[in-house]
Design a protein around this ligand. Structure first.
Ligand code: GP9
Ligand code: MN
Length: 418
């Protein structure tokens, strides 16, 4: 039954944060272009590798008057990687521990951002040049109420336009903007990049900077593919301006998960010029988060501590859609009440004062272990929140939520390929 639901609802409503009055509706009516930046971690932003800027375009955005750049933002994914990030951004609910929720719970009822946008007149879609069944996306997107999936068959991959896992990001963005021109307006497109993916292979002509030199081939190549991803975003912005879509759109970008695992701590330590501890590994889970609103003028670097869970409420509030009654664990990053507390899927967490990793409580300022008691209340809250989230997924509780019982009928029909 739905009795578990009311307990979870009470917890979530007690933690609700009011949207920021200054930002609510700032992007109302505009197209939403939400980009998953494959494997992009924050340590490359505003940084250099052997004197080479790694992400010049994304760096310039951090100083742009129309851009909010969040430099204290974490991914919250588990084994489902890209798909977990998609799940979080759509639902503001934690993915599952030890398995990919896209595979295990694609039959559930959800109250996704896409569904909410569709109900508010947006044409919702995902653009990703891979097979539609990868990560069980074709099935899960139906459950998320996404109206159309532009998969690999929507793209033409010409000579030299594929590398590594598939279509290169630059031609992918070029062809995607062509398709956007024909979409009903306003549209909400989630775009998933691919080139900056392990093992970070690139054609010579796309290497815009040399590799790093360390004992990790992976890290060495990562800087080059990150540089390529950056270039592709610049191309996207140029194409959007050329197509006339730019002024009436907002561009949201998030790193989906880490690209460099703890297996490369030694090489990473060489690059960062320090020994990489469990504290540093937690800090390295920071991924870039950008909200670009052409003409807005209020842009700045935001130090608010947040995570992927916050994307749904933040973006919906920006376009003037309230999420007060929704079952979500994140909150609006622009809200004055937003709390500095980010829980990772594996139980680690970060607050403004502490970082908890591998059962050690660290002082966030010094990175040194501190009194375990100081982390205790947060450990409790982190486990409660993760449990509530699991309860929602395992019990398919959203089907009991008001107005969701006839979900099946309300969902827009999945549109097939043209
Ligand atoms: C595949 C792409 C990569 O379609 O999203 O997935 P990942 O391995 O990063 O989860
Ligand atoms: Mn990924």
């Amino acid at each position: 039954d739905g009795s578990e639901l009311s307990e979870v609802e009470n917890y979530i409503h007690a933690n609700h944060k009011e949207p920021s009055v200054e930002m609510f509706e700032d992007a109302k009516g505009r197209n939403i272009i939400n980009i998953s930046l494959e494997s992009l971690q924050s340590f490359v932003i505003n940084n250099e590798m052997d004197g080479h800027e790694i992400t010049p375009f994304l760096n310039s955005l951090t100083k742009d008057k129309d851009t909010f750049y969040f430099d204290n933002f974490y991914h919250q994914t588990g084994l489902g990687k890209t798909s977990d990030a998609e799940f979080i951004v759509e639902n503001s609910i934690y993915p599952r521990n030890g398995s990919a929720v896209f595979f295990t719970h694609s039959g559930n009822t959800y109250d996704s951002m896409s569904e909410k946008l569709a109900q508010n007149g947006y044409f919702t879609n995902v653009m990703h040049a891979n097979n539609r069944s990868f990560w069980n996306r074709d099935i899960m997107y139906k459950a998320l109420g996404i109206e159309k999936f532009y998969d690999v068959e929507s793209y033409t991959i010409g000579e030299g336009q594929a590398v590594n896992w598939g279509m290169k990001d630059i031609p992918y963005f070029e062809q995607s903007v062509e398709m956007m021109k024909d979409m009903p307006k306003p549209f909400a497109s989630r775009m998933i990049t691919l080139t900056n993916h392990h093992p970070f292979d690139l054609d010579d002509e796309d290497m815009l900077i040399p590799p790093y030199t360390s004992n990790s081939k992976t890290l060495n190549k990562y800087f080059q593919t990150a540089r390529y991803l950056d270039e592709s975003i610049k191309v996207l912005f140029d194409e959007l301006k050329e197509s006339g879509l730019y002024d009436n759109s907002i561009i949201v970008m998030y790193g989906d998960h880490y690209g460099i695992s703890e297996n490369h701590n030694k090489a990473m330590g060489m690059y960062l010029d320090k020994e990489v501890t469990a504290f540093d590994n937690a800090e390295l889970q920071k991924v870039p988060f950008y909200i670009h609103i052409p003409g807005n003028g209020k842009g700045k670097v935001m130090h608010e501590l947040g995570g992927q869970m916050d994307v749904r409420p933040t973006v919906l509030n920006l376009v003037g859609i309230d999420t007060k009654e929704d079952l979500q664990f994140g909150s609006d990053l622009f809200s004055k009440e937003h709390e500095d507390f980010v829980i990772f899927r594996d139980g680690r967490f970060v607050t403004d004062k502490y970082v908890y990793a591998h059962e050690v409580c660290y002082d966030a300022e010094t990175g040194e272990p501190t009194d375990a008691e100081l982390c205790a209340p947060y450990i409790e809250r982190a486990s409660t929140e993760l449990d509530y989230s699991d309860t929602i997924i395992n019990g398919d509780l959203l089907r009991f939520k008001d107005g969701q019982d006839d979900n099946e009928k309300k969902l827009p029909e999945m549109k097939g390929k043209e």
